[in-house]
Design a protein around this ligand. Sequence first.
Ligand code: FAD
Length: 381
Amino acid sequence: MKQNPRIAIIGAGLGGTAGAALMAKAGFNVKVYEQAPAFARIGAGIHLGPNVMKVMRAMGIEDELNRIGAHPDYWYSRDGITGEVMAQIPLGDYAVSHYGASYLTVHRGDFHKLMTDALPPGILEFNKKLSKVEDLGDKVVLSFADGTTEEADIVVGADGINSKIRDTLLGSELPKYTGYVAHRAVFPTPLDSGALPFDMCCKWWAGNDHMMVYFVTRKKDEIYYVTGVPESTWDMSKSWEPCSKDEMRRVFGGWHSSVQALIEGTQEVTRWPLLERDPLPLWSRGRMVLLGDACHPMKPHMAQGAAMAIEDAAILTRCFQEMGFTDLDAVFNLYEANRAERASKVQLVSHNNTWLKTNENPDWCFGYDVFTTPLVDAKKN
Ligand code: FAD
């Protein structure tokens, strides 16, 4: 392997972009290929825990995120019908003093834009849909839908739940529909919040349904909700579909007046299938390696899916920095040994949808530091 091999990242989602930024900062020769022609500010929010904000610090965008994002004082869990507090987890100043970074909620589009803007010029190419990848032993050939080809020495599959790189390593297989959908809406904060003022960050729970609600701007002028609601079937040819206020009224009829106020304030709402895969038997082979949803897609109920993709990217970069590029099998084994257990744990807790429903201690998740946690030896794992 060359001293400074050509690293191609497929997919400039949240994991791929973090990987490209961190690898470029480390001085590596990295390029990222994204199928989309550009990114839009789609209607979704995202939580950025202290574990992610430490990676944003390394990327140089922590301060700007702190400036634009909302800083929830607590994560509340409330009974969806009565509004009674079931859990109150301290965030805000406590997160900064206890975990060493903020806990933020932001607009996903604003976050993604800040990340892509942090990339050095010329390393991100849009309109590059990977259609075929061939590991020839001494190099990898990437073929794109626009008829072009590129060569690389290492390929990182950060291409999401329907990853072409995963399919190449393990054979083509659709992800599993979990039997749940998520409704998502971002809209101007309603003036009337029902019987309670809006909490900065609150998950409402009743029966098998929930609604997670938080602000996506520091000014608190935009609010977001994302639900989890059982629905027996989903047409797998669609990645989402439009929904309506009437459906929201029907599903959440009888819920607390704060939830009703949100539904009445909704401008546009969409519905997304919640998909998963079983843990993969391998994360890498030869010159190709996976990260994020390409290897451990999960239900979003811990709000840590993107966080796991970003942590993967940081640990993979760290493994390259510590081990170099002479023995890729050893580097990729070290990477997997340091990611599989944590990602699987987050996947399982997300699947069970129990996170912060009661007053549990979230230190193992929020307190993790990708840069200082000692690396576990791959052989001993
Ligand atoms: P993605 O973000 O899916 O990025 C993959 C990229 O690869 C895309 O840009 C795609 O266009 C590109 N791509 C795909 N195929 C190709 C190809 N052939 N060629 C080139 N490019 C390609 N996570 C959190 O941490 N916090 C949250 O609050 C949160 N909320 C969520 C709410 C919902 C309803 C859902 C469904 C998920 C949520 N998640 C959340 C999870 C999070 O969105 C994912 O885990 C995260 O986006 C995974 O990042 P990724 O980079 O691995 O994949």
